[in-house]
Design a protein around this ligand. Structure first.
Ligand code: NAI
Ligand code: MG
Length: 397
């Protein structure tokens, strides 16, 4: 049988380091694959005027499964200024390659697990009854709609006549916003489609069923955002009734959910949200289990799937040698990839190895020591990125 192929997109900054170290872990765990490098990120924007070159799109189309490190993104005017001199003034416009990739390949289902590692010094603790310190065990999967909603990019400043006239047909707009001079008006839409809302809700139900969880939580704001949040909640309630009668639908508002984060996070196992609220909820939960060094994710479409840590390229650490950043978020993202392609045994072994390293506590990256990131952390006892990977590899059985 031909070897399995995986596209690797290191990207910029620490993306390169964490991906390289994760590939070492995969290899040591016995995952046999051919890795196909693909270009993405700032370097290619500057050199070619395109942070997601066509050759990368072709590789994704062909091989379908990808590991992605992180990229550097900058505002449009900065992007224009950093473009190679020969490309300047030729009409190149910067767009985030991540957003482009998600929309191009319909990577509509984003899964962001937030699971407590026993012994992680970064775990959330709270004061319980009688003043006892409690460390709740969190096991939450956030299902975030990845392509629509407020991040869908349908927005205007100083909208055209057509758009403005259409807005004026809405009584609330007419009543509350007609006073505003048009050049001072900015509008960002929040579009949900039935098709994609149904897909993300279904993914949440199927996951809950597979894992034996009794409820999913729709985390939106249907009392205020009636049309879009309301649609997601309604779809979930209908689906529960017709297809998943054993699973309850809970309903929280995003603002209240953020407050409950510090009260009872262990009560939420499966959360489903639109794009922005899913982003917020997943960062909130990630903060309880160790933050960016631990937060992994999957972007799953019908054909293509991309696995990435949720952190960015952390430019201020990119040049440090040895690198100090925590590779666990990327390693855990690679485990999500393994699970997606059916390599559960290898994935489980790697996850166990990571859990053992964290619980044993002998090898800790600077974030786990709660140090401010700089080169000196190594002298202060922090493990380098590759020492963390070595420690994980040493625990593989
Ligand atoms: P960032 O996630 O790169 O870094 C923020 C801070 O989090 C770092 O300074 C560091 O203290 C910590 N951190 C991040 N990854 C870590 C790790 N593996 N181990 C330990 N600590 C870690 O976010 P920032 O600084 O806001 O953005 C930097 C660049 O990354 C920007 O250009 C931004 O646009 C881009 N970005 C890219 C993302 C992606 O590729 N998916 C996501 C977020 C930001
Ligand atoms: Mg985020």
């Amino acid at each position: 049988m031909a070897k399995r192929t995986i596209v690797t997109m290191p990207g910029d900054g620490i993306g390169k380091v964490v991906l390289e170290e994760s590939l070492r872990v995969l290899e040591a765990a016995g995952f046999d694959a051919e890795y196909i490098h693909a270009d993405i990120g700032w370097e290619f924007w500057c050199k070619e005027g395109n942070p997601l070159p066509d050759r990368t799109i072709e590789l994704l189309k062909k091989h379908k499964i990808a590991l992605f490190g992180a990229i550097t993104s900058k505002p449009k005017d900065k992007a224009a200024a950093e473009l190679a001199p020969e490309l300047q003034g030729k009409g190149y416009v910067y767009y985030s390659p991540i957003v482009s990739m998600r929309q191009m390949f319909d990577l509509d289902i984003c899964m962001r697990p937030c699971k407590t590692f026993k012994g992680n010094p970064l775990n959330f603790i709270r004061r319980g009854k009688d003043g006892v310190i409690e460390e709740p065990v969190i096991d939450t999967m956030i299902f975030r709609q990845n392509t629509e909603g407020l991040y869908g990019g349908v927005e205007w400043t100083n909208p055209s006549d057509q758009v403005y006239d259409a807005l004026m047909t809405h009584p609330k707009f007419k009543q509350n916003f007609a006073w505003c001079p048009r050049p001072e008006l900015a509008v960002s839409t929040r579009i949900f489609t039935y098709k994609y809302t149904e897909r993300i809700v279904r993914a949440a139900f199927e996951y809950a069923k597979e894992k034996g969880f009794k409820a999913i939580t729709v985390c939106e704001k249907p009392n205020v955002i009636r049309e879009t949040s309301g649609m997601m909640l309604k779809i979930a309630q209908e689906m529960a009734k017709n297809e998943f009668p054993e699973i309850r639908v809970d309903n929280t508002n995003i603002d209240a959910q953020m407050m409950w984060l510090t009260k009872n996070p262990e009560n939420y196992n499966v959360i489903v949200s639109g794009n922005m609220f899913g982003d917020i909820a997943s960062d909130g939960f990630a903060g309880l289990i160790g933050g960016l060094g631990f937060a992994c994710s999957a972007n799953i479409g019908k054909e293509v799937a991309v696995f990435e840590p949720t952190h960015g390229s952390a430019p201020k650490y990119a040049a440090l040698n040895p690198s100090i950043v925590n590779p666990i978020a990327m390693v855990m993202s690679a485990c999500m990839m393994l699970d997606h392609i059916g390599e559960h045994e290898i994935s489980t072994r790697i996850q166990k190895a990571v859990a053992e390293v964290v619980e044993e506590g002998k090898v800790k990256a600077y974030d786990m020591l709660k140090l401010r990131g700089c080169q000196e952390v190594i002298e202060q006892g922090a493990a380098s990125t590759s020492q963390m990977a070595d420690a994980i590899i040493a625990k593989l059985k």
